[in-house]
Structure formats: C-alpha cells, structure tokens
Ligand binder design. Structure first.
Ligand SMILES: [Zn+2]
Length: 442
C-alpha cells in the first residue's frame, strides 16, 4: 500500500529511486524487470504508473492497476470522502499551470481547484491565498519562504474554518439553533485562544499534531453521526453535513513536512504537484492486497490517494470512524461510474462492474455497506431508452492479473522538462513521498 501512495501519478523513476522504493516496502516483492533491459525505463514507468508493486502471490506480470479504467475518468467522486478526483494527467496540468503563476492569477487557479485539495493541503492553500493579498508577485513557494508560517496555526485556522462551514451547512439544512450547530459552537470555543506554548516544539513528537487544544477529529465526526439516533436528524442530512466535516485536517506534522520540503524550495511546479496529488484517483483494493485481495477489476474501486493512503490494511469498521460518510459515498460513486458506463466512456467490458463492485463491497463489509446498482441488462436498457450505442467489447479494457493493457497516460513531457532543470527539495528524493502522519498505512 505504501508504494501505491508513493508512486501514483509521479512522472518517472530512475533505477536508484526504484531500489529505494523496494527497500521501503516490507512485503515480499520480486522485481520482474531486469534493470539492464533496454526497455527498463518504459516498463518501470508503466509498472509504477499502475501504482503498485507485484506481489509474488499473484500470477503474471504485469498486473497493474493502470488497467482500471475508472482511473481515466475525470471528476468522479471518491468512494470514501466523496470529494471529486483528478486523473494523473489533470494533476500534471494543474501543476504546470499553478507552478507558473503568481499573485492574483495564482489565487484564481487555487480557487478554481478548491474542491480538489484535501484537508492538510487545503489548509496550506488557504494560508498561501491569504499571503497573496499582500504580495502580488508571490508564487507558491515564495508565499511560504517569505513569511515563515507556523504549521500549528495553519492547522487550527483550517480546523476552525471547516467547523464553521459544517455549522453553516447544518443551518442551511436544519435551520437555526439545530443540535449540529450547537456542537460546532462548542468545538469552536477550543479555538478561541490557541496558545503556541501548549505544543511541543519537536516536529517529530506526535503531540505536535494535536496541538493540545482538545479538538479531536474522530470524536467530532462521531458526535455528528450520533445525532441521527440521539436527535432524530434524517440520515440524508447527516450525510450532507459529514461531507463538509470530514474535510477537517488533523496533522500539523503533515503541514510542517510539506512546507519544509516544498515551500522553502524553489520549484513551484513540484510544490503545486504535491498540493494536488492527494486528489488523484487510485485503484483501492476492496479486499486488501496484503490479505490476499487480487489485482482485478472486480476487487477495485476508485478512491482518492488521500483516502487510499489512510486505509492501509484497516478494517472497514475502523476506517469508517475516519470517514463515516463512506457508505453513502460509495453509492454516489457507483451511480457516477454507472452513468459513464451507460454513455460508453469506458467500454463494454465494464457493464458488469457495478454488480461486481456491489458484491465485493458487501462481502468485505459483511453487509454493512449495501449498494443499489444496475446489472448489465439494465445498463443496456438505459442505453436503448436514451438512444445510445452499445460500446464494443475490448479485452484490453478490463483489468485482470493476466492482462497486458498498461493504460494510456504516461506523464506530460513538459512537466518532466520543467522539473529537470530545477533544484530538488532539500531532503532525500524518496522521503518526500512517504506517508504523512495522518495517512500512515496500518
Ligand atoms: Zn477520498
């Protein structure tokens, strides 16, 4: 799982990086690629663009998640957090654009892409936007390097902001003085006088994260979930409120690492790429790979890199404490993907994917997540009703362990050129993609 998060969407690897990645992965791994092969570079790229290492327990090379066509769809909602996701190509395009921009133009680009930033990243983006008001020539990195930001303050400002937005959402749905609003107001009192002295200065100390003001993301979410039974709030409204509330960041350490590694460098494109990276759509193994889950389409669901990294080997029970809106968001995702299947965006081989997804997720969650999906006949019927053609079957389009299809996107050359001439971040080239505190895999 580590490698999946580390490599997804990164442009290209050299052999040195590859070695490090392999050493980092504790699972038994065999590299099927001889490093002296003339095709090594392309094969390794395909191999890792597919976002996973090959587990020897599974048959055949290549067995890459890049076969999973859902990864090529733009703006699919994440099965877990529900936020819109980007393809690898879209993240590269964002990086190029935001990496070249400054001042008001940069501010507009960040604002346009706001739905894509995940929690800690969004906290930094909001900080940068504030700085741009006073620095019309600032870029992503100079907005950081000229202002020496405090990660704990960035975290707490964003936490308070998300709690306020959660409160607003509850007012919109449930009216003034509703119980969720009261909960949010109680939580906000913890942010009234944040004291820097209360935190440890050592960035490696885990106390650094909690910032000691008593706010706890998991408890906050659990308290909202409990309102359904305790206060009789409709499930649908709880879900809508949770979609806002789950965006609360929780790790000052993650923010600290990101701004230290990228904000003080001189490569705006790399920083932009890092800020958007967690929105990239990855293939989540419904039954974890480490527990024998196969690399096959019927064991995949599209999930953003942030959520995929958070889950690791966690059970769904555990995971749903972190993302209690997940059961609803899988349905939203399944509906969106089904619509693309009906339209023929991902080929006829996916007509039975919604049923496969339903069966896999119901089995894995022991019936706690139940989906309503269309079967292949219903998908055909929907096409007929709308006068849409039935897409042709193409064996390449369906991922399985014996497949050879490698996906169609191999990175923007312009981005690689952009990165080639620039100084790399200060720290080890591999470390910068390590899981962060709040996305640590189990
Ligand atoms: Zn997500």
């Amino acid at each position: 799982m580590q490698v999946q998060r580390i490599m997804a969407g990164m442009p290209i690897l050299n052999s040195v990086q590859t070695k490090n990645v392999q050493q980092a992965d504790k699972a038994p791994v065999s590299n099927p690629v001889k490093e002296d092969s003339p095709k090594t570079s392309q094969i390794l790229r395909n191999y890792f663009m597919g976002s996973q290492m090959v587990n020897p327990a599974f048959t055949g090379f290549p067995c890459s998640t890049s076969n999973f066509k859902v990864k090529e769809l733009e703006d699919m909602p994440c099965t877990c957090c529900g936020r819109p996701m980007m393809t690898n190509k879209q993240t590269d395009e964002f990086a190029l654009k935001a990496g070249k921009a400054a001042g008001a133009e940069l501010n507009n680009i960040l604002e346009e892409n706001m739905p894509y930033f995940r929690a800690e990243e969004k906290a930094i983006v909001h900080y940068i936007q504030k700085q741009l008001k006073d620095m019309p020539d600032a870029t992503l990195t100079t907005a950081i390097s000229r202002t020496a930001p405090d990660p704990v303050k960035i975290l707490q400002d964003e936490q308070a902001d998300v709690i306020k937005r959660t409160s607003e959402k509850s007012k919109e749905l449930l009216g003034e003085k509703n119980p969720i609003q009261s909960l949010c107001e109680r939580e906000l009192t913890k942010f009234a006088a944040p004291s820097k002295d209360r935190r440890k200065k050592d960035g490696n100390n885990k106390d650094f994260d909690s910032a000691k003001n008593g706010f706890n993301r998991t408890d906050f979410l659990a308290n909202i979930v409990a309102m359904e039974d305790k206060k009789g709030i409709a499930h649908e409204n709880i879900h809508k409120v949770l979609d806002v509330a789950v965006q609360v960041p929780e790790s000052a350490k993650t923010i600290s690492k990101m701004i230290t590694s990228y904000g003080y460098g001189n490569n705006d494109t790399q920083f932009a790429k890092r800020l958007i990276q967690k929105a990239v759509v990855t293939a989540e193994h419904i039954h974890p790979k480490s527990k024998g889950g196969p690399n096959a389409t019927d064991n995949y669901m599209g999930e953003c890199q942030e959520c995929n990294g958070s889950r690791g080997n966690m059970s769904y029970d555990e995971w749903m404490k972190k993302y209690p809106n997940m059961p609803d968001n899988i349905q939203v995702h399944a509906d969106a993907v089904t619509e693309e299947i009906i339209k023929g965006s991902i080929g006829g081989n996916y007509d039975d994917y919604p049923v496969d997804l339903k069966e896999a997720i119901e089995k894995e969650t022991q019936g706690k997540v139940v989906l309503t999906v269309k079967n292949p006949e219903e998908i055909d019927k929907a096409r007929e009703e709308r006068g849409l053609p039935k897409p042709q079957k193409d064996e390449k389009e369906r991922a399985n362990a014996a497949g050879s299809y490698q996906g169609s996107y191999h990175g923007l050359p312009e981005l690689e050129n952009q990165n080639a001439g620039k100084k790399k971040p200060h720290h080890h080239h591999f470390e910068r993609f390590l899981p962060t505190a709040n996305t640590q895999a189990a």
